[in-house]
Design a protein around this ligand. Structure first.
Ligand SMILES: C[S@@+](CC[C@H](N)C(=O)[O-])C[C@H]1O[C@@H](n2cnc3c(N)ncnc32)[C@H](O)[C@@H]1O
Length: 234
């Protein structure tokens, strides 16, 4: 049996096998705030961006909706009727979302073919978990399903564009996690768990994919250490 390692208080995992299962889901909202910079600001931006793309009976999609936090915030922001659809392949996350009254559909994004026409979408810290070919297919499919003029907010863990800057921002990122209360062993254990499970790209690689999929406007709207957010317009 493979050894269990601890990635945060209450979160056990295995090397090269990070999954959003019942060990992670109940602690996810707390863990993510220690693990990514400015998590609440990014959620706030997602809700605010929706102002520009919503109208009565419009459709908003969340790819990798997890505990439903983003959809919950968007729902609370608008009084007009909006169709909110979240997708995730973790039953444990879907159960957490249900406790907030947010419905998330079970779907594997690596195989998601039927994407309904939509007006605004988000994929926050999710594309990085998809393998290269499946990820590209999803980005192409969702860009096609987004109505012309619609907006898409995507945030990704990114690699630095140069070896020296990659080294510096990665070390600063680990410092940030430790300053947020994770132990050095937990930070290293999480890195071990993510091996073969997370596939970050550089900013340039991301933007090449977004433009190739048909987004006409590719604007960086958030950047902090190894995390970058874009507002994409079809
Ligand atoms: C880091 S979490 C981000 C969650 C959320 N977007 C947020 O901002 O807090 C990534 C989410 O993507 C989901 N996910 C990863 N790979 C997936 C796949 N192939 N299909 C569906 N969901 C996936 C995970 O279950 C997890 O809930």
């Amino acid at each position: 049996m493979k050894a269990e390692i601890e990635a945060d208080t209450g979160i056990t995992t295995e090397a090269s096998n990070w999954v959003f299962d019942e060990h992670v889901a109940p602690h996810f909202d707390e863990h993510v705030r220690k693990s990514v910079p400015e998590y609440d600001r990014v959620q706030d931006l997602a809700a605010k961006f929706s102002d520009w793309f919503t109208h009565p009976d419009c459709t908003i999609l969340d790819f990798g909706a997890a505990t439903g936090e983003t959809l919950r915030r968007i729902r609370e922001r608008h009084s007009k009727p909006i169709n909110l659809i979240g997708y995730d392949n973790s039953q444990a996350m879907i159960a957490q979302a249900a406790t907030k009254g947010v419905e998330v559909a079970f779907a594997d994004l690596e195989r998601l073919v039927d994407i309904p026409p939509f007006d605004f979408g988000v994929a926050l810290y999710t594309l990085q978990f998809l393998r290269t070919q499946a990820r590209q297919q999803l980005v192409y499919r969702l860009a096609k399903a987004l109505r012309p003029g619609g907006g898409f907010f995507v945030v990704e863990k990114v690699l630095g564009s140069y070896p020296t800057t990659q080294d510096i921002i990665q070390q600063l990122y680990w410092d940030m996690k430790i300053a947020n209360g994770l132990t050095p062993a937990q930070v290293l254990n999480k890195a071990h768990a993510l091996r073969g499970c997370m596939f970050p790209k550089t900013i340039q690689e991301n933007e090449t994919e977004f433009r190739g999929a048909g987004f006409s406007q590719v604007e960086i709207v958030f950047k902090d250490l190894q995390f970058c957010g874009w507002l994409l317009i079809r």
